[in-house]
Every structure is written in C-alpha cells, then in structure tokens.
Design a protein around this ligand. Structure first.
Ligand SMILES: [Zn+2]
Ligand SMILES: [Zn+2]
Length: 154
C-alpha cells in the first residue's frame, strides 16, 4: 500500500533552536580568524592533529535564520589552527624505501620472482611454488622480475 503523500508540506529539516550546548556556530562572514575548515587545513598542508572540530561553520542558508541551529549537510566543521599539525607528506625517498621494503617482502629469495602479495618468508623462507615444487601461475608475479635467463649473444 503506497504511503499517502503529505500535501502542502515541504520537506523540512528538524528545527533545533540555536544553543551553546553543542559546538559553537559561526556564519561564513563572521568566522573567527583562527578557525578553518578541513579543506582549508589541507590547502595549508595541515591536518587536524588528533583534535576534533571546535566549532561549526553554518551553511549559507542559515544566515537568514540566526536563531536556529544549523543541522544541514552543507555545514562544515571548523578546526583550530593552533591544534593543527603539518601533514606528513611522503618524500620520494620515503616512497622508494617503502617500495624496497615491499619488494623484499614479496620477492622469493630462491626463484627471485616478485609476487603481487607478501610471502611467508619468516616461516617458509620462500614462495609456495618453491616450497612445494610447482610452477606458479604467471598472473601471481611480475613478469619483468622473473628469473633472467642469460642467453649468449648470437
Ligand atoms: Zn544550515
Ligand atoms: Zn620461489
């Protein structure tokens, strides 16, 4: 049975009177200097640094209803710049180091194949195909790092 539609009633969000019990709310124009949104933090290369939001940036719509709390999805959390910390950006060297570490964990020391997954090197010491003596399926390892067969130059 279809639900009867309520006529003449616009879908309205719950009206909550503005109070100081929850986080403080600021309008876009009167937002204090030290409070920024997540996006602004990111633009400055910062992260919240483990601290939660300290205030709410009210949506544009709520500028016309200052007595109500903004509970619209377009509101934004405001973070205190003082609590923010620089975002850790991996340098190229760090990425290489990470890749080397990953390569070490996914390369079999016996057949020198580099697999797409980590190997049980600590327990088994080599890949499954080496341990049990079968040929691995070619889609489990990088073709370029397959054992190099040295051919004599013709
Ligand atoms: Zn709002
Ligand atoms: Zn192997």
């Amino acid at each position: 049975m279809p639900r009867p539609r309520k006529k003449g009633r616009r879908r309205e969000l719950k009206k909550v009177p503005r109070s100081t019990a929850t986080l403080e709310e600021f309008d876009r124009r009167s937002c204090p200097e030290g409070l920024v949104t997540r996006r602004q933090l990111r633009e400055r290369g910062l992260c919240p640094g483990g601290h939660g939001p300290v205030a709410v940036l009210r949506c544009k719509y709520c500028a016309y209803r200052p007595d109500q709390s903004c509970n619209h999805p377009t509101r934004a959390w405001l973070y205190d710049v003082k609590n923010a910390r620089p975002k850790r950006v991996p340098t190229l060297a760090q990425e290489w180091a990470l890749d080397r570490a990953m390569a070490a964990r996914s390369t079999c020391p016996q057949c020198l194949r580099r697999y797409y997954f980590c190997l049980p090197l600590r327990t088994q010491g080599c890949c499954d195909p080496c341990a049990r003596g079968y040929e691995p399926s070619p889609d489990t390892y990088f073709a370029s790092t397959a054992p190099v067969i040295h051919r004599l130059a013709a």
